[in-house]
Design a protein around this ligand. Structure first.
Ligand SMILES: C[S@@+](CC[C@H](N)C(=O)[O-])C[C@H]1O[C@@H](n2cnc3c(N)ncnc32)[C@H](O)[C@@H]1O
Length: 293
């Protein structure tokens, strides 16, 4: 897939600069820790990922908000990326208003419903919204974007912008491949080290419930998912393998940048990794946590 939408030079984008490294477009800003690219290939990967998550979760969200959303309320998707979730939700709930924010302008604007607004914003340094102005806050897959202090700040900022009885829902990956063979163990270690180099935590998902509790949220629900990678896991396994085939090359640039792993070492290991998935029946843990204010 081409990167036609994204120019091949450093641009300033609402004070977030981007640069091309190893053929991928990455944020270059001291307040943005994100290690994945912001380009067309990633937009496509996130679409596959969104489809997988609808399948795994059995819908778009778990918080008990269907009636409120049907009636009409205000929703924000933090780190929305292209906005696949925002757009699906907006079509499902036309009486509600949806705002998607992201530090990168990768938003899908073709056929955007009128009840969606996308805004460029660095959510790691605060949320430029009024107190108590949202009924539902959704945040999915920021483990590779928020250092621990920004993650906690975000949870507190979300509480500030939530209306009383509003809901926060977070979905997060745990960077810990279950049944990993030697090649996947390397990937685990390398991603872990790259995240640590930017003060991010592979296991932040396991701590979110306690962050929510510390921040004073109520009725905290924490659901664990174990998602298979490979044909041994049926349809979700096939879908997740296709996503891994895009995700693991995507983290390569920052792993080689932030650790001492070379590009050749990474590529050789990746080839071995994809042979491991069915033999070892590898899977990945995720957590979906929701709570009310
Ligand atoms: C793995 S993607 C997930 C996108 C979307 N939530 C989804 O589930 O499809 C993470 C997104 O977070 C965004 N992001 C990372 N750091 C951010 C920050 N500090 N502020 C706002 N967005 C950020 C990235 O640009 C990227 O679009």
């Amino acid at each position: 897939m081409s990167n036609h939408r994204f120019r091949r030079f450093t641009v300033s984008n609402c004070e977030i600069a981007f640069e091309w490294k190893g053929g991928r477009r990455l944020a270059n800003n001291q307040d943005v820790a994100y290690i994945l690219p912001s380009d067309q290939t990633e937009v496509d990967r996130l679409q596959l990922n969104h489809n997988l998550w609808k399948n795994v979760v059995g819908g778009l969200f778990k918080s008990p908000l269907h009636d409120k959303l049907t009636e009409g309320c205000r929703v924000i998707d933090i780190g929305c990326g292209p906005g696949w979730w925002t757009l699906d939700m907006a079509r499902l709930y036309p009486n509600s208003e949806f705002i998607g924010i992201d530090m990168a302008d990768v938003f899908i604007t073709k056929d955007k419903p009128d009840n969606v607004t996308f805004r460029i914003m660095n959510a790691g340094t605060g949320l430029a919204f009024e107190d108590e102005s949202f009924d539902f806050v959704f945040q999915r897959f920021l483990v590779m974007g928020f250092p621990t202090d920004q993650y906690i700040l975000s949870i507190n900022e979300i509480k500030r912008i939530l209306k009383p009885s509003g809901y926060l829902e977070i979905i997060e990956l745990v960077n810990d491949y279950k049944n990993a063979g030697p090649a996947f163990k390397n990937i685990n270690k390398w991603i872990n080290n790259a995240l640590a180099a930017r003060n991010m935590d592979s296991f932040i998902a396991d701590k979110i419930s306690s962050f929510l509790s510390d921040a004073g949220y109520a009725d905290i629900r924490d659901i664990n998912y174990d998602v298979p990678i490979g044909s041994w896991g049926g349809e979700p396994g096939e879908m997740f393998l296709a996503i891994q085939r895009l995700a693991l090359p995507a983290v390569k640039v920052m792993i080689t940048e932030l650790t001492d792993v070379t590009a050749k070492e990474y590529d050789d290991n990746l080839e071995l990794a994809f042979k491991e998935v069915d033999v070892s029946q590898i899977s990945t843990r995720f957590r979906l946590i929701y709570a009310t204010k």
